[in-house]
Design a protein around this ligand. Structure first.
Ligand SMILES: *Cc1c(COP(=O)(O)O)cnc(C)c1O
Length: 724
């Protein structure tokens, strides 16, 4: 049985009785998300029943439970299926038991390290709807890559029994949020139990009562992820609801969720018998973990000052947004309500406690989670070079007298988990021309010089086939909604059924926060019409993304986009695809021709969807913000505007809109439609190659997790071990 890097072995849910015993390890593989990034395992599940595979949105646990015994018996009798099954199991066992990982080879002195990675969301797979967007997907990719590299890490998060909302757009263009209870038995999770078989449950004291928290486990390759959930019978009804939804409730709900995440999380690790050397808070939502650890050290006999030093030495904190409203704050009264008993166990007064979440000398009227995290962590980073710089300026007042360049916040630029985000067709093309082992060496830049060897025709054929696949998916989704009588005919058209595979296709998919400026092009409708409706060189744009249910301006943006998609004047060249999740994201980033990003600078901390697109040969067209400020080299896509930003948003928007139209009209469209005798756009494919070559090895999660390990985890772990 596989060796996870950490944690106990926890039994699987019972194997469905109709699964033939000769295939029973399919159940085990389905319960380790490793299958989702190992191509042959994915293909094996698909081969079980191609239609079920699609109908379940690639969910092997659900598929194995629902498949007919006849179909399973037929597969079990098929020798070629058995050969593939044996091959996948061999690879799985080899992966799980491999001792010679990058981490083990490179840092043998650090075998006793354990990193506990706390995040409010994890985006691992569509069958586990506990993420809302970029932050979660990044956390998911971080876990997968840590597993691949052998970095000893456990994840700590929440199981939200109703997850994040599902998105529908009404006929009049407004986003409808639907919450669906998700079925635990259809997801690759199981109750976490102790070696004696007892269910792991911890208690979190709040405001004079106790909340019971139970724990689930998800296997992400060799990494274990623990998810907490308060829907326990012994809890009061309102406490049972507490963890129901991700970002669902009011401020009171939020502080309680964060108390459970931070304080409960530390207790869960204790209960499991794990002793992390490093605690990594991914974003400020988890920062209460630092208070719980302070309390532990105080109870262990350290002075308050020594306890602070001990927590700092072993804590890593990553900040994720340069937008001030993106940082959680709680009124002092609310903090007092929940934390007065804490002050007693810390042996400090109210004022001193509140200072932990307030900048020195400031007259802020609220407790700021980012300030708390920055003050109690000794290893801090932003998520791109520009974001690091901005964070140093933004938080310089926490280090009075220090010049901004010296402020101790570094940066590690985000990257993407390559095996997760590569399209199978591109993977095969790279295997043929870059090298059969390209996937295990993908962070090596010299390897990617070989993109020059991919013949134009083959590259173009694969790109076109991925676009057809995307349009097929869009059509199927529209057909399902139409069959179920959920939409009217204009909605069928607005969802992309008129899109054409030969047309230059721009993708714009992201959270509908206003700073992302989804409607930038709509401020000159006549010019946009001319661009999209050109009979010789047409252009189409696919939009997708959710707005937070409480974000009225964001929902208004969706409404505006949807109106354009329904407007016959655009002739079906604008589409809005509902329910942007990891599944939809894959079709989009694989299938479009250009990935567009228009955040109002400098508000994009990093952005990762453009990296996913680039990996698949989709050039990026973006403002020079976030990762693109590092990634753009003049030949691998296009930059909207320069590196200087105007402080007046209206001026900046007008300038960026003009620049964007000009790039589209004068560069992108002509290059795409300039074909030679065989219809292949040679110049365009030059940009595609340069995109793949320059982006893949630098903006991958492998480079990212190695950076985290060497710049943050190892120093923190050394300090932590030396104190033991
Ligand atoms: C990658 C991804 C994101 C984050 O992309 P950004 O570029 O930061 O907008 C959000 N949602 C999903 C579903 C993703 O896959």
């Amino acid at each position: 049985m596989g060796g996870s890097l950490n944690g106990a072995h926890i039994p699987l849910p019972p194997v469905p009785p109709h699964l033939p015993s000769s295939l029973n390890r399919l159940w085990e593989v389905a319960h380790n998300l490793w299958w989702s990034w190992y191509p042959e395992a994915r293909a094996l599940f698909e081969a079980l029943d191609r239609t079920q595979w699609k109908l379940t949105s690639h969910n092997p646990v659900r598929m194995l439970r629902e498949m007919s015994p006849e179909r399973l018996a037929a597969v079990a009798a098929n020798p070629s299926f058995h050969r593939r099954y044996d091959g996948v199991l061999l690879a799985f066992d080899d992966y799980m038991e491999r001792r010679s990982t990058w981490f083990a080879r490179k840092h043998p002195e650090m075998v006793d390290s354990l990193i506990a990675y706390f995040s409010p969301e994890f985006g691992l797979h569509q069958s586990l709807p506990i993420y809302s967007g970029g932050l979660g997907v990044l956390a998911g990719d971080h876990c997968k890559e840590s597993s691949d590299l052998g970095v000893p890490l456990v994840g700590m998060g929440f199981l939200y029994p109703q997850g994040y909302f599902h998105q529908r757009i009404s006929a009049d263009g407004w986003q409808q949020a639907r919450y669906e209870p998700f079925s635990v038995s259809d997801a690759p999770i199981r109750p976490a139990v102790l070696p004696d078989g007892q269910r792991v449950v911890v208690q979190v004291p709040v405001d004079g009562r106790t909340i019971d928290v139970r724990v689930w486990q998800v296997d992400v390759g060799r990494v274990s992820l623990y998810l907490m959930d308060t829907d326990v019978e012994s809890n009061a009804p309102w406490d049972r609801e507490l963890s129901a939804r991700l970002y669902g409730g009011d401020q009171e709900n939020r502080i309680l969720q964060e108390i459970v995440l931070g304080i409960g999380g530390v207790r869960v690790l204790h209960a499991l018998g794990l002793r992390p050397t490093v605690f990594h808070a991914n974003e400020g939502h988890a920062a209460f973990l630092m208070l719980e650890r302070l309390r532990d050290y105080r109870e262990g006999g350290l002075s308050f000052e020594d306890a602070i030093e001990a927590v700092r030495a072993s804590t890593v904190f990553t900040t994720h947004t340069p937008v001030p409203a993106g940082h959680d704050t709680f009124p002092f009264t609310m903090m007092e309500k929940y934390f007065m008993p804490f002050c007693t166990s810390l042996g400090i007064g109210r004022e001193q406690f509140l200072e932990l979440g307030r900048a020195p000398g400031s007259n802020d009227a609220a407790f700021n989670m980012t300030v708390l995290a920055l003050q109690l962590s000794g290893h801090r980073n932003g998520v791109s070079c520009v974001h690091g710089e901005i964070s140093r300026r933004m938080w310089a007042h926490l280090w009075p007298g220090m010049s901004p360049e010296k402020v101790p916040i570094g940066s590690v630029t985000n990257g993407i988990h390559v095996p997760t985000w590569i399209a199978p067709e591109m993977r095969k093309l790279y295997a043929k021309y870059i090298g059969p082992d390209w996937m295990v060496r993908h962070e090596d830049p010299t390897l990617w010089e070989r993109v020059a060897d991919i013949p134009d025709i083959e590259l173009w054929d694969v790109r076109l086939s991925l676009k057809r696949k995307l349009l097929w998916h869009v059509n199927e989704c529209a057909r399902q909604r139409w069959i179920h009588g959920e939409v009217d005919p204009t909605q069928v058209l607005a969802s992309g059924t008129l899109l054409a595979p030969q047309t230059l296709t721009i993708g714009f998919a992201r959270r509908f926060a206003t700073y992302k400026r989804a409607t930038l092009l709509f401020q000159d409708l006549e010019r946009l019409k001319r661009l999209l409706q050109d009979p010789w060189r047409p252009v189409q744009i696919i939009f997708a993304g959710k707005a937070h249910p409480a974000d009225e301006p964001g929902k208004y943006f969706i409404h505006e986009v949807y109106s354009m998609a329904k407007d016959h004047g655009f002739g079906g060249h604008i589409a809005f695809v509902e329910e942007y999740d990891i599944h939809t994201a894959k079709f989009l980033i694989h299938g479009v021709d250009v990935w567009l990003n228009t955040p109002r600078p400098p508000q994009e901390a990093c952005g990762t969807s453009g990296q996913k697109a680039a990996l698949n040969g989709v050039p990026h067209l973006s403002v020079l913000d976030g990762w693109w400020a590092e990634g753009y080299n003049g030949a691998n896509g296009w930059a909207i505007g320069g590196r200087e930003f105007d402080a007046d948003p209206a001026v900046q928007d007008a300038a960026d809109r003009e620049a964007l139209f000009q790039i589209l009209e004068n560069e992108v469209v002509p290059l795409y439609y300039s074909r030679d005798a065989d219809g292949v756009p040679r110049g365009w494919l030059g940009v595609v190659r340069e995109t793949i070559r320059s982006v893949t090895p630098r903006f991958c999660a492998r480079r990212m997790v190695k950076d985290y390990t060497e710049q943050l985890y190892i120093p923190a772990s050394q300090q932590s071990l030396s104190r033991r």
